[in-house]
Design a protein around this ligand. Structure first.
Ligand code: G3I
Length: 354
């Protein structure tokens, strides 16, 4: 309980001190009717960092929890649910006039051992997933604008992948995995639990036109024709300065999903700089160019409603444990990077100090 009181006090302090600062990205985004956000990391390190929550709320009007709404955190043991982290995110968002995009209900990763190591029949697995979705989506009903109902279910060849516990629901029951019945059911169950949230399929490596995005496109088009409530596509956009998607292909891909009537979110963007050159001006400019290219494609797509980075500052990126570095808009000292200024200029035409 003490932790929660501390966190709430922190967020109150943050609201006061942020008010005397330059406008944040959220001010520029709101002029374009765009939600701009990031993944919020609830670690002891971030929550004890006085700049973290304050800066997050100053810059963003949308928050996605990096961890606390995933299966391993919300149902760590059978029928024992833990919503403390998710409830903090919802309260933090409410206190700072932000929206919440919830992530994620069905994924091959971030599942607790009692699921991954259990000896369950397909029917038991279906029951576990159904009850999880009904309980978690039901708990956050009315508090989130969207759910990543299913995350990363297709492989790079465009096949529904067999990783994780959930495909066994179909494989074990003699159902055709390629029809994606467990995916279809997850969307139907989420809709039953939350009648209003936008329901998203979220994935990486499908930002441009390729076998993976072709397969997702075909699946979503057919599922919607069959009455499955899939309303949005999340393009994660985990790229680096040497592997950004081709702009024309990205735009064409955004357009075809938008033409289906799907809402588009850029859900997890980060642009890694390989080889630890996070202070190289040329690398930082190349990074800014990639962010602007994607943001411009979003702004030019009628149904692209949100743009999120996977984190706030290079100090707390998931990529720190990898060879890539400095992938976000603020550096390890919360200083605004060229990519930040480039995004801000695109959004509101301002040309601040570089
Ligand atoms: O909480 C445990 C801790 O108790 C343990 O001591 C520690 C060491 O093993 O692990 C901790 O769990 C880690 C968890 O993050 C919380 O820190 C997991 O090992 C680690 O695998 C997990 O990584 C996260 C990953 O999703 C899996 O949930 C990353 O931080 C997070 O950035 C990443 O985010 C994903 C999106 O959800 C989906 N799209 C891709 C993106 C990047 O992989």
């Amino acid at each position: 309980m003490k932790a929660v009181i501390l966190l709430v006090l922190l967020s109150l302090v943050s609201a006061a001190s942020a008010s005397n600062r330059q406008p944040g990205l959220r001010d520029a985004a709101e002029k374009r009717g765009l939600l701009i956000g990031g993944a919020l990391r609830l670690y002891a390190s971030t929550l004890s960092d006085p700049l973290y929550l304050e800066t997050f709320a100053h810059e963003f009007n949308l928050v996605v929890p990096e961890h606390v709404m995933k299966f391993e955190n919300t149902q760590p043991e059978p029928n024992r649910y833990d919503f403390q982290g998710g409830d903090f995110v919802v309260q933090f968002a409410h206190d700072h006039e932000m929206k919440v995009r919830a992530h994620t209900l069905t994924w091959h990763d971030a599942n607790p051992k009692w699921v991954t190591e259990g000896q369950f029949t397909p029917g038991q697995l279906a029951g576990i997933l159904h009850d999880h979705i009904a309980t978690v989506a039901g708990h956050f009903r009315g508090k989130v604008i969207s759910w990543d109902v299913v995350n990363e279910a297709f492989d790079e060849n465009g096949n529904i992948q067999r990783e994780g516990p959930w495909p066994a629901i179909d494989q074990g029951a003699g159902r055709n995995l390629g029809h994606g019945d467990y995916i279809r059911d997850a969307f139907k169950w989420t809709r039953e639990a939350d009648p209003d949230a936008l329901l998203f399929y979220n994935d990486y490596g499908a930002e441009a036109i390729n076998p993976k995005s072709d397969a997702i496109y075909r699946f979503v088009m057919q599922a919607r024709l069959d009455g499955v409530p899939i309303q949005g596509i999340g393009f994660q956009m985990h790229v680096d300065i040497n592997s950004a998607p081709d702009e024309a292909s990205l735009r064409a891909n955004f357009k075809r999903f938008s033409d289906l009537g799907l809402v588009i979110h850029v859900t997890e963007m980060d642009v890694g700089i390989p080889g630890g050159r996070g202070d190289d001006p040329d690398a930082l400019q190349a990074q800014a160019d990639v962010y602007v290219m994607v943001m411009r494609a979003c702004l030019d797509t009628p149904t692209c409603q949100a743009f999120l980075t996977w984190g706030l500052t290079d100090k707390y990126t998931w990529l720190n444990s990898r060879d890539e570095s400095a992938p976000l808009l603020l550096d390890v000292d919360y200083q605004l990077k060229p990519a930040y200024f480039a995004i801000e200029e695109l959004l509101d035409g301002s040309k601040r100090h570089r």
